[in-house]
Design a protein around this ligand. Structure first.
Ligand code: EPZ
Length: 420
């Protein structure tokens, strides 16, 4: 078993290069399946979910080759099945994008019901409703999702909530639908825009990505090309919060500052200094952290994927803060583990309250999902003494070389092998 061991109380200083966006990568790699040719994707994060998706696509018959750790060449011309490999697809949520890509290109797809981070009920009913609106038949049985369509025809689709997954999946299927598809109340996240840009680079006709109405005019086929994905806003935010919680001074480079606006605003509310450049942000603080309230929402609101990390930071602020999670119905499970480190967070439904002034102390803890793992690392970096974090595989799904990056900033952090 692997563990991360941290000796805390070090102020992290220096600069860290941010990698490609995980949630853009896990949409764009499956999207390449919709192409009939060869695509090369640059700036991919070297993380488990990306490597897993490459395996899943190879098992469909495609040829995948990592030209280096962050560049993947996919030849989707030789895909010979519409049925995803169970073992590969089951352990991550993004495998559901294979539904839209395969349905669009081949008129059929069979993918296991998605896995991924467990924080409450995470249905895909909006995805299936969108596919049905385009003319598909959707069947969920024996743990599989099966979608078929004789023909896909453009439709007007209204999403009950701006679901990232549903927006991208319907877009993937609609690329080849005859006529025009309109997705209303669509998600506006940067990785939705990135996926639309990738598809347009290959010959799709998508407009409005980044707004709440996306229009797709059907095309006959997609070509190929080379595309560089955007930097990861959640990795960026995690290192920005690391600067604040350790009283350090960190510059995050190779980023899009605009994507960080909700967090930048909150850190400034907490009396952190955030200096903005064209492709970097510098975060440091000169005094105590002020308490503030945070309410997650869909982009451009405060991202739910930074909620655990932000709640951890707010525990150390000087006063009471209220964290409200509006996107998922049970995304506070990590708090039980955080309490082992001394967190004073009290949960009531979708709200967590901290009185602040928390001085974390080292303990043995276990990550319960990707972003809760990041929160435990941040608490361990601030904690007095040694913290050991188990279930490291959660972190490896979404943070490339995180221990090396934190070590380069002065953290005393290492990965060890230990018998169970
Ligand atoms: C994506 O999940 C991300 N995952 C999540 O990131 C992120 O937290 C989430 O978007 C919100 O930004 C990937 O991109 C692989 P949603 P997704 O559909 O698509 C409900 C991380 O840590 N809903 O936007 O599953 C849903 O239950 C991960 O990187 C339905 O009810 O999120 C949730 O309450 C964690 N029916 C809300 O909508 C549906 O058919 C938003 O979910 C779809 C969603």
């Amino acid at each position: 078993m692997e563990y991360i061991v941290i000796n805390g109380e070090k102020s992290l200083k220096g600069s860290v290069h941010i990698g490609g966006a995980k949630n853009a990568a896990v949409a764009i790699v499956p999207a390449a399946v919709a192409s009939g040719g060869v695509c090369v994707i640059d700036n991919l994060p070297d993380i488990r979910d990306v490597r897993n998706l490459a395996v899943a696509i190879e098992k469909l018959g495609a040829k995948c080759q990592f030209l280096d750790g962050n560049t993947l060449e996919i030849d989707a011309s030789c895909i010979n099945t519409h049925v995803a490999d169970y073992e590969t697809a089951i352990n991550m949520r993004a495998s559901y994008y294979l539904l839209g890509a395969l349905l669009g290109r081949f008129g059929k797809a069979e993918v296991p019901m998605p896995g991924g981070c467990d924080f409450g009920y995470r249905p895909i009913d909006y995805h299936l409703k969108g596919f049905e609106a385009l003319g598909a038949t959707c069947v969920t049985e024996h743990g599989w999702v099966k979608v078929y369509a004789e023909k896909l025809t453009g439709a007007n689709i209204y999403l009950d909530c701006p679901s990232v997954g549903a927006t991208i999946n319907i877009m993937l299927a609609a690329v080849f639908a005859e006529g025009t598809t309109q997705i209303e109340n669509s998600a506006r996240e940067p990785h939705v825009v990135d996926t639309a840009n990738f598809l347009n680079m290959m010959g799709a006709k998508i407009s409005g990505a980044g707004t709440d109405i996306i229009r797709i005019s059907g095309v006959k086929e997609l070509g190929c090309g080379r595309y560089t994905i955007i930097p990861d806003p959640i990795e960026t935010g995690t290192y920005m919060i690391a600067a604040a919680i350790t009283g350090g001074d960190i510059t995050v480079t190779n980023i899009i500052p605009k994507h960080m606006d909700p967090l930048t605003a909150k850190l400034r509310d907490m009396d952190c200094q955030v200096e903005e450049g064209e492709d970097y942000l510098r975060v440091y603080r000169t005094g105590e952290l002020k308490a503030c309230d945070v309410r997650t929402s869909y982009y451009p609101g405060f991202p739910t994927d930074l909620q655990p990390q932000m709640a951890t930071l707010l525990c150390t602020a000087s006063g009471t803060s209220v964290v409200t999670e509006t996107v998922f119905n049970n995304r506070f499970q990590y708090i039980n583990e955080l309490k082992r480190l001394g967190a004073n967070l009290k949960v009531d439904g979708r709200t967590a309250v901290t009185r602040g002034h928390c001085a974390f102390t080292g303990a043995q803890v276990g990550a319960t999902d990707l972003r809760s793992g990041a929160a435990l690392i941040l608490a361990g970096l601030a904690a007095k003494g040694e913290t050991t974090i188990g279930n490291v595989y959660h972190l490896d799904r979404g943070y490339e070389c995180f221990e090396e990056k934190f070590r380069s900033l002065g953290a005393d952090i290492k990965r060890i092998e230990k018998d169970e």
